[in-house]
Ligand binder design. Structure first.
Ligand code: C6P
Length: 408
C-alpha cells in the first residue's frame, strides 16, 4: 500500500467519526457525493460568521473581503486545472448547469437545422438531455458513440462519425455508472482535426486524477464541487476565452451587465457575463478549500491509492461467483458497479444499509448504459481516499448477509 497515512485522513471528516454515530458508517457512495473535511466546513463557517456580504457590489470592507475570497477561489480553480486565465472560469451550480449553459448559449447560437451533435452511449443524463433539448429546438441530430460489453467506448468508427455538419462532441471523462476512463485526449485531437469543439463532462474525474485543460486542449470542461470534497450547489465551467467572448449570455440579470437602458444593454466582460445574480459565494469559497485539501494530499498519491482499493475490491469480488461486474474496462476508476445473482439492486442497497454500508443503487442517471447491459439497475460502490481495505471487507461481509437473506 502507498506510504501516505490514509487511515488518519478519516479523522479530517467529522461525518466518518463513528464515535459520533449510533451505528458505524462505511461510506461507499463517493461518486454520488463526497464527504466534507473540516477544512471545507470551517471555511464556509468562517465566511458566514466573519465576512458574509455580497460580492462585487459594495465598497464596504466586508464586501471587499468576500469579493477577494470569491475571486481567490477562482484563482484556486484556475491553478487546479491549469487554465490559462481566470477569465475562462465560470462558477455555476454544478456539472449539470455547466453543460446546460454550453448547450443553451454556444449550442443555441451555433447549432442549426440539420447539424449534428456527437455524444456517447455511456453519458450521464446531464450530458444527453441538454443536447436533446437543443436538438429538438434547432432541428439538429444526435449521433451516439456506442460502447462494447466491457463498457468501453467503441471508437472503431469514431473518425467517420464527423462530417461538416458536426458542431460539437460531448463526452464524459470518467463514467459514473461503469467507472470507465475514456481516452479523451485522443478524442479531442480527432474532433479538432474536423474543427469540432469538445465539451468534457469531468464530474467523476476531478477528484480522482490530474486534469490539465491546456494539455487536454478541450474547449469546455465541466465539474461539480460536491464530488471533490466541496459543498453542493457549486461547480465550474471552464471554456476557452475566445469561445466565451463570442457566446451570448446564458441568463440575464445583475452582475452580467455593464449598462442597462431600454435602448441598449451592454454585457459585462467574461467571466461576469455568465454569472447573473448573486452567486454561491460560500460555495465557491468552500469548493476552493476542497481543491486545496486535495492538493495537499496530491492527486498522484490519490490516484495510486484509489487504484489499490479498486484492485483489492476486484480481488474480493472474484471470490463471489454471485457477483457480476457491469463495467470491466481496462482503464477504470475506483467504481464497482455490479449485479448480484438476480437480487434487485434496491434490495442489495437496503440490506447493505442495515449493515452500515452506504452504496448507490439504481440507473445512476445513465439509462442508456442500463439498456446496453439489459438491466434496470446496478448496485454501485465507489471509493474515495478516506476508504480503506477494511471498508471493502465490510462491503463483502454485508454482501454475505444478502446471500443469507436470499438463501443464495
Ligand atoms: N452523478 C452519481 O451518483 P451534478 O448533479 O450536476 O453535480 O452532476 C451531474 C453529473 C454529471 N456527469 C456525471 C458523470 C455524473 O456522475 C454526475 C452526477 C451522480 O453518479 C448523481 S446521478
Amino acid at each position: 500500500m502507498s506510504s501516505f497515512n490514509w487511515q488518519s485522513i478519516k479523522n479530517d471528516f467529522p461525518i466518518l467519526d463513528n464515535s459520533r454515530r449510533e451505528k458505524p458508517l462505511v461510506y461507499l457512495d463517493n461518486a454520488a457525493t463526497t464527504q466534507k473535511p473540516l477544512a471545507v466546513i470551517d471555511k464556509v463557517d468562517e465566511y458566514y460568521k466573519n465576512y458574509n456580504a455580497n460580492v462585487h457590489r459594495g465598497v464596504h470592507s466586508l464586501s471587499v473581503k468576500a469579493t477577494d475570497a470569491y475571486e481567490g477561489a477562482r484563482e484556486t480553480v484556475r491553478d487546479f486545472i491549469n487554465a490559462r486565465s481566470v477569465r475562462e472560469l465560470i462558477f455555476v451550480r454544478g456539472t449539470t448547469e455547466a453543460i446546460n449553459l454550453v448547450a443553451s448559449s454556444y449550442g443555441g447560437s451555433k447549432i442549426k437545422q440539420g447539424d449534428e451533435i456527437i455524444v456517447s452511449e455511456m453519458e450521464h443524463h446531464s450530458n444527453i438531455v441538454p443536447w436533446q433539448l437543443l436538438a429538438e429546438r434547432a432541428g439538429a441530430k444526435i449521433k451516439v458513440i456506442p460502447i462494447n460489453d466491457h463498457g468501453e467506448l467503441d471508437l472503431n468508427n469514431f473518425p467517420a462519425m464527423f462530417s461538416d455538419k458536426t458542431k460539437i462532441l460531448a463526452v464524459g471523462h470518467i463514467s459514473n455508472a461503469l467507472g470507465t476512463i475514456n481516452p479523451i485526449k485522443d478524442m479531442i485531437k480527432e474532433a479538432h482535426k474536423h474543427n469540432v469543439p469538445v465539451i468534457i463532462d469531468g464530474a467523476q474525474a476531478i477528484p480522482h486524477s490530474k486534469v490539465d485543460v491546456q494539455d487536454l486542449d478541450c474547449d469546455f470542461y465541466a465539474f461539480s464541487g460536491h464530488k471533490a470534497y466541496g459543498p453542493t450547489g457549486i461547480g465550474v465551467l471552464y471554456a476557452k476565452e475566445a469561445l466565451l467572448e463570442a457566446m451570448p449570455p446564458y441568463q440575464g440579470g445583475g452582475e452580467m451587465i455593464l449598462r442597462v437602458s431600454f435602448d441598449d444593454t451592454q454585457f459585462n466582460d467574461i467571466p461576469a457575463k455568465f454569472e447573473a445574480g448573486t452567486p454561491n459565494i460560500a460555495g465557491a469559497i468552500g469548493m476552493a478549500a476542497g481543491l486545496e485539501y486535495i492538493n495537499n494530499i496530491g492527486l498522484d498519491a490519490i490516484a495510486t491509492y484509489e487504484h489499490e482499493l479498486l484492485e483489492y475490491a476486484l480481488e474480493r469480488a472474484a471470490d463471489h461467483p454471485q457477483l457480476k461486474l457491469v463495467g470491466t474496462a481496462k482503464h477504470k476508476a475506483s467504481i464497482l458497479s455490479f449485479l448480484y445473482d438476480g437480487v434487485h439492486a434496491h434490495d442489495i442497497g437496503t440490506i447493505l444499509d442495515c449493515e452500515g454500508v452506504a452504496i448507490r443503487t439504481g440507473h445512476h442517471c445513465a439509462m442508456p448504459v442500463m439498456d446496453h447491459f439489459g438491466v434496470p439497475a446496478t448496485a454501485r460502490a465507489s471509493f474515495a481516499f478516506y476508504n480503506s481495505r477494511a471498508d471493502i471487507d465490510a462491503l463483502f461481509k454485508a454482501l454475505d448477509r444478502v446471500k443469507e437473506v436470499f438463501k443464495l
